[in-house]
Design a protein around this ligand. Structure first.
Ligand code: NAG
Ligand code: NAG
Ligand code: NAG
Ligand code: NAG
Ligand code: NAG
Ligand code: NAG
Ligand code: CU
Length: 175
């Protein structure tokens, strides 16, 4: 009971102090400077580099390889935005290196099971050489990526799979 009362009192003080700030300066309401915020839509030029699409190398310096945790990588590298480009880099297969490729699953179930029968190949084992295979996140939908080599074992045992849900950019680019 006393704790509830104390909580309520703290809340009241916080609200009151917000009003006090609001009264003392017309630009400030509840901690947001709307005068400043609106200037984004006025003559002030916003920093354009914030809106530009990014190129992201899948796996970073690890590139696209067997045994690297891409689910973990995707969580730590996100969020990804619409029109961002994912770059898959992998060596061409030879006698000593394993081939890799890039597949897109049609749904989450097949992604979970690494069911390649329900996947579409978007890059062959030789498309990852040089500057890598580029994939633009064009639409607002989840993308289920995987390596399709060795009958799904690169996808399951090799951890070569991840999901990306591109987001809308938080601010509209102003000319
Ligand atoms: C709010 O932003 C405007 C425009 O940038 C600025 O002139 C004003 O001083 C700001 N107010 C406060 C309280 O920082
Ligand atoms: C724009 O933002 C980027 C990254 O946030 C920063 O490196 C750059 O210096 C900024 N440019 C200007 C003109 O403010
Ligand atoms: C890969 O990373 C994810 C997310 O951090 C984690 O949940 C999962 O257990 C990891 N897988 C392996 C095989 O380490
Ligand atoms: C993505 O790029 C295309 C073509 O450059 C453009 O028409 C579209 O508006 C862009 N979408 C977003 C969300 O930036
Ligand atoms: C296979 O490719 C790797 C990576 O490109 C290279 O280091 C290796 O020398 C190649 N091996 C042969 C036998 O060509
Ligand atoms: C590929 O994997 C599927 C399911 O895991 C299995 O039924 C099939 O026999 C495998 N094919 C080959 C050629 O190993
Ligand atoms: Cu692979």
């Amino acid at each position: 009971m006393a704790a509830k009362f104390a909580q309520g009192l703290v809340l009241l003080i916080v609200i009151a102090s917000m009003f006090a700030v609001g009264m003392s300066n017309k630009d400030w309401y509840f901690g947001v400077n709307y005068t400043d915020w609106w200037s984004h839509f006025g003559h002030h030029k916003p920093n354009k580099t914030r809106f530009e699409s990014k190129k992201i190398i899948v796996g970073g310096s690890e590139n696209w390889r067997f045994g690297f945790n891409y689910t973990d990588w995707a969580i730590k590298s996100g969020p990804f935005y619409l029109n961002d480009t994912l770059v898959f880099k992998y060596d061409a297969p030879n006698d000593t290196t394993h081939p890799h490729s890039v597949y897109l699953f049609s749904n989450f179930q097949s992604f979970l099971k690494c069911d390649l029968k329900r996947a579409k190949r978007v890059a062959t084992p030789t498309q990852g050489v040089g500057n890598g295979f580029k994939f633009v996140l064009k639409t607002w939908r989840p993308y289920y990526f995987a390596c399709g080599e060795r009958n799904g074992s690169h996808c399951s045992a090799g951890l070569m799979k991840f999901v990306v849900m591109p987001m809308l950019r938080p601010f509209w680019p102003w000319p």
